[in-house]
Write a protein that binds this ligand. Structure first.
Ligand SMILES: Cc1ncc(COP(=O)(O)O)c(C=O)c1O
Length: 372
């Protein structure tokens, strides 16, 4: 979408001289890939997420794909995931020939309803891909119970949830392998990039091999012990990531403040539903700020007004099963996941980023009120 120079952008990274310095050091070191900066970045992310091991990859999507490979997902398997997510949550296993089974979401959390997941299990189910949508932790314990009961793999798509906490512990620390993503609209960025956290040393070694063309531990450059990929993160991006993870606590606190200010500014607008607040079991890591417009509102009119005012927005998120390629390939249509579809038709992402100031937020709130 187009936004004027003077407008309020939808998102933006939070960077300073520290990242410049770290990137410059790598450039001057001559070790631009497969160097020590990657290991350092991985250790920092592992420590922050409370996972023993982390493997950096080229994106959140490639991290998810690798976990589908390590879970042994193959052609004809069914994998249960949420319709209310980014397409990669389902694409990651379709790459392996698996079939998506969408479990509808809980209207309040916008994450998969664990009862819908349990009901969707069949003898062909191989795995569950659980998403922490908009940084709000999913019902991990219930999903784990379902996975354990039926012998399924559980993959955490936590691409939007770095720093979130479920039942008092950081996402990544609970046990299932998790993926975090670092596209520039995320809490922290490496430009493009992602990371997989795991509690298994064996899986970690496998991930490092798979991301690096299937090379083995022996270190032979031209020895490929398995079918691998080039899903590596390079050292330049890892340096950027180090600068970012160093400020993660500050970033999360600032984003929390931005969200709280929106809460104050938007509370008075009739019929607009604000993001679910935290509770004892769920502490959100703020990724985006998505509101639900009143059911009788015309979202496209609101968007037209935002465009006139130079205010960023996005129609977060369409339901995955209704994407053109999903309809075509799997025959999905309206009515499959009514809760997700209802939310998709009413949700709107407002400008949200770490350095977003009160004045800009007031403009957004005024524009929304005026449009409605
Ligand atoms: C829930 C979710 N899963 C997966 C991804 C994919 O991450 P990437 O864009 O780094 O491939 C994203 C990123 O937007 C996401 O939000």
């Amino acid at each position: 979408m187009k936004v004027e120079q003077s407008g309020v952008p939808l998102s933006g990274p939070y960077l300073d001289e520290r990242e410049e310095q770290l990137v410059l050091e790598v450039l001057r070191s001559g070790r631009l890939s497969l160097g020590p900066t990657i290991d350092a970045f991985e250790e920092l992310v592992a420590a922050k997420t409370g996972a023993p091991y982390a493997a950096a990859v080229s994106s959140g999507t490639t991290g998810l794909h690798l976990l589908c490979v390590t879970a042994g997902i193959s052609a004809g398997d069914e994998v249960i995931t949420t319709p209310y997510s980014f397409a990669a949550s389902a694409n990651c296993f379709i790459y392996e020939g698996a079939v998506p089974v969408f479990a509808d979401i809980d209207r309040a959390t916008l994450n998969m309803d664990p009862r819908a997941v349990e009901a969707a299990v069949t003898p062909r189910t191989k795995a569950i891909v659980a998403v922490d949508i908009y940084g709000y932790p999913c019902e991990l314990d219930e999903l784990r119970a379902t996975a354990d009961r039926h012998g399924l793999a559980l993959i955490q798509d936590s691409c939007e949830a770095l720093g979130a906490e479920y039942r008092g512990a950081t996402i990544g620390s609970h046990g299932p392998s998790a993926v975090f993503a670092f596209y520039p609209n995320k809490q922290i960025t490496t430009g493009e990039g992602g990371i997989v956290t795991t509690h298994s040393e064996e899986e970690w070694r496998l991930l490092r091999s798979l991301r690096n063309q299937g090379r083995g531990d022996s270190g032979g450059w031209l020895e490929h012990v398995r079918l691998g990929y080039n899903y590596r993160l390079d050292d330049v991006r890892a340096a950027l990531g180090i600068g970012q993870i160093e400020k993660l606590d500050e970033i999360l606190a600032l984003r929390r403040d931005v969200a709280a200010r929106y809460g104050e500014l938007l509370r008075g607008i009739d019929g607009v539903e604000l993001p679910l607040p935290d509770d004892a079991d769920h502490r959100r890591s703020w990724f985006v700020y998505v509101v639900l417009l009143p059911s009788n509102a015309d979202r496209e009119r609101v968007i037209a007004h935002f465009e006139r005012e130079g205010i960023g927005y996005n129609r977060y998120l369409p339901s995955i099963h209704l994407q053109p390629y999903m309809r075509e390939r799997f025959g999905f249509s309206e009515g499959l996941c009514p809760v997700s579809e209802g939310v998709s038709s009413r949700s709107l992402a407002l400008p949200f980023f770490t350095a977003l100031g009160r004045d800009a937020q007031e403009r957004v709130a005024e524009a929304l009120a005026a449009a409605l």
